[in-house]
Design a protein around this ligand. Structure first.
Ligand SMILES: NC(=O)c1ccc[n+]([C@@H]2O[C@H](COP(=O)([O-])OP(=O)(O)OC[C@H]3O[C@@H](n4cnc5c(N)ncnc54)[C@H](OP(=O)(O)O)[C@@H]3O)[C@@H](O)[C@H]2O)c1
Length: 332
């Protein structure tokens, strides 16, 4: 697979990564199967998807434990990208950016991942109670201690996008990034970016590109919608986050079908390509610093997503995708 270089630390990764979240978090629990997920991770590594994106809060903790079972044998094949800063409580998920917590969280992630170094350590969410410079300073100390190779910041969620506000999307994120850059270089930003959620294209992506900062595109397949395998009739079990998501009501899924139809039309021009592969190839075409991290727990999807790195969209394809209608339904 093509390799891409991200950030100040010049980290090399396969152009398409593997999002490990669906193996342990956010999607229907009854479909999660540890052994099948392990095979998926091996398949991804075999196909050159070196970047494995996880977080301590996925599970919580079980996603990192699962990856640890692969990494103890295949550490040299993988690029480990994990996160700290969110704690899963009984009722709520809360941010914790206190330096002491960050240090403990990193040691715990290293143990679970069965490795002595994390390639990319990301702040999952800023803690409104702690100046972000303090949190980032603690993360920078982890680099100095050799526990972490590079730092990243996640900007996912309503506050990052500021839907409905007059501020441009990600304005708040860019302010945070400018603050932490004074403390220690940011190697990578992780934010949602996909054909149906393109907001990061306007300011955040160019901001990263101008500074040589990598960009991990989270939810690149629109949580599965852009693959065309979900239909307005697809129901979601109550523990699946999409069951409460405004874009996944039957009405909105029907209203957004023209987007999938457009991806399908483009896919047909490329032989046996799939809408998922077109959605990923579109991301790869947004700049050499972009690395999509499609999430899956299934071997066959991981293999299919890896092939997207070979798909080169034409100017006609990109123009057709640019002309698709904007997604209906709030994303927050
Ligand atoms: N930093 C953050 O706050 C944050 C937030 C969200 C996500 N992320 C990262 O971004 C990654 C990707 O996001 P995501 O997993 O939520 O959404 P996604 O990648 O947009 O979509 C994942 C969904 O698509 C399905 N899928 C994957 N490949 C497919 C294919 N080729 N054909 C058909 N269906 C396919 C998966 O099904 P199966 O599950 O059945 O395989 C899963 O339901 C996560 O794993 C995580 O690493 C980060």
């Amino acid at each position: 697979m093509e390799r891409r270089t991200i950030g100040a630390a010049a980290l090399e990764v396969g152009a398409v990564g593997l999002g490990c979240m669906p193996m342990s978090w956010a999607y229907t629990t009854s479909q999660q199967d540890g052994e099948a997920s392990l095979r998926t991770v091996h398949t991804a590594l075999d196909r050159g998807m070196t970047l494995l994106d996880t977080a301590d809060m996925y599970g919580p903790f079980t996603n990192e434990l699962l990856l640890g079972r692969v990494l103890r044998r295949r550490r040299a094949d993988a690029f480990v990208s994990t996160k700290c800063g969110l704690l899963v409580g009984e009722q709520h998920i809360v941010a914790n950016g206190r330096p002491g917590y960050v240090r403990r969280a990193c040691d715990a992630s290293l143990r679970r991942l069965q490795t002595d170094v994390i390639d990319l350590y990301q702040l999952h969410r800023a803690d409104p109670e702690v100046p972000i410079e303090e949190t980032w300073g603690a993360m920078a100390e982890l680099v100095a201690a050799g526990k972490v190779r590079a730092l990243g910041l996640c900007a996912v969620g309503a506050r990052a996008r500021r839907r409905g506000s007059r501020a441009s999307p990600y304005e708040e994120t860019i302010r945070q990034l400018e603050r932490v850059q004074q403390v220690f270089p940011v190697s990578c930003v992780q934010a949602e970016l996909s054909v149906w959620s393109p907001e990061a294209l306007s300011a955040l992506l160019p901001w990263c590109e101008a500074r040589g900062i990598g960009f991990l595109a989270a939810m690149p397949l629109g949580s599965g919608f852009l693959t065309g395998t979900l239909t307005p009739g697809s129901g979601f079990e109550p523990d699946d986050a999409r069951a409460r998501h405004p874009r996944f009501t039957a009405e909105m899924m029907a209203a957004n079908q023209p987007i999938v139809a457009g991806l399908r039309r483009v896919a047909r021009r490329h032989g046996d390509a799939t809408p998922a592969q077109v959605a990923l190839a579109w991301l790869l075409a947004q700049g050499p610093h972009v690395v999509p991290v499609p999430g899956t727990k299934k071997e066959r999807w991981a293999a299919q997503n890896a092939e997207a790195a070979r798909l080169e969209l034409t100017a006609e394809d990109l123009a057709e995708i640019a002309g698709l209608p904007p997604a209906r339904g709030s994303w927050d």
